[in-house]
Design a protein around this ligand. Structure first.
Ligand code: CP
Length: 300
């Protein structure tokens, strides 16, 4: 069985099914009637992803195994592989992993016999953020087809940009990128537009934080908000039914004007709420794929 590392592993049909199930879980409870343990192994800081996985697991009735890298045997030199293998050995049924490395999955690809879900891999992939963004967009527009969607910000250091750009294009959206000099990613084959053009033509404006923790070069931009971010003037030129997304954490006043974070067109906190339900849907999808539960074990 395959670990869930990339959004590209899901067919369009599977993505739509996860969206539908997330919708269902918003309205009605779903619990797994079998004792199962979920290990949340975060080797990089997280607020939303970690906490919404915990809420999703508890809502599904899973036992939650928490883990703190700083007080674990990693400090004694234990490897990532041996850490995950330990959780498998003590009875975890699924492992949720975030790690700063782009390619941590390679270390775990063989030898680990429980499903692994990628909760963020370096600059490479953030598939559960992608799924919750897809749910948020689908709830708003009922389709992805022919939507103009721009991803704005520190594209080259962003795992969210990579997961979202490919999935949205595959689902029929017209995807654009907008970035300050030095933040473009030449490996992504998508058109770049200015922030002024983007905000006028787009149905979805997806903003990204500058991810200083991943910078090796010195990219200082003065007046970043005025030059490259979402100001009130630009928001006023957006289509009236266009929405603003941001995976968060947000640097208020840098990529977005402070007053726009909770404005009428912002769906930023709705994204966080959707994260719980989409992770419930993904957990049941993965557990079913691995034969750990069958559909009858999910009681609604
Ligand atoms: N969007 C996101 O991944 O947030 P956290 O880093 O807080 O999990």
């Amino acid at each position: 069985m395959k670990h869930f590392f990339s959004i590209n592993q899901l067919t369009n049909q599977e993505i739509y099914r996860i969206i539908q199930n997330a919708w269902k879980y918003k309205k009605e409870n779903a619990t797994v009637s079998k004792q199962l343990f979920a290990a949340n192994l975060f080797f990089e800081p997280s607020t939303r992803t970690k906490m919404s996985f915990i809420v999703a697991e508890r809502k599904l009735g899973l036992e939650v195994l928490d883990f703190h890298a700083d007080s674990s045997s990693l400090k004694k030199g234990e490897s990532l592989y041996d850490t995950v293998k330990t959780f498998e050995s003590i009875g975890a049924n699924v492992a949720i992993i975030r790690h700063e490395s782009d390619d941590w999955i390679n270390e775990l690809a063989s030898g680990i016999n429980i499903p692994i879900i990628n909760a963020g891999a370096g600059k490479k992939e953030h598939p559960t953020q992608c799924l919750l963004d897809l749910l948020t967009i689908y709830e708003e527009f009922g389709t992805f087809k022919n939507l103009n969607i721009v991803i704005v910000g520190d594209i080259i250091h962003s795992r969210v940009a990579k997961s979202n750009a490919h999935a949205l294009r595959r689902l029929g959206a017209n995807v654009y990128l907008s970035a300050a000099p030095g933040f473009e990613d030449d490996s992504l084959d998508f058109p770049y537009v200015s922030i002024d053009e983007a905000t006028q033509i787009c149905d979805v404006v997806m903003l990204l934080r500058i991810q200083h923790e991943r910078h090796t070069e010195n990219n200082q931009h003065v007046k970043y908000l005025e030059q490259f971010g979402l100001t009130k003037e630009r928001k006023n030129k957006m289509k009236k039914n266009a929405i603003i997304l941001h995976p968060a954490p947000i640097n208020r006043g840098v990529e977005i004007d402070n007053d726009l974070v909770e404005c009428d067109q912002s769906r930023i906190f709705k994204q966080m709420n959707n994260g719980v339900y989409v992770r419930m849907a993904l957990l049941t999808h993965v557990l079913q794929e691995w034969g750990i539960i069958d559909e009858n074990l999910v009681k609604e």
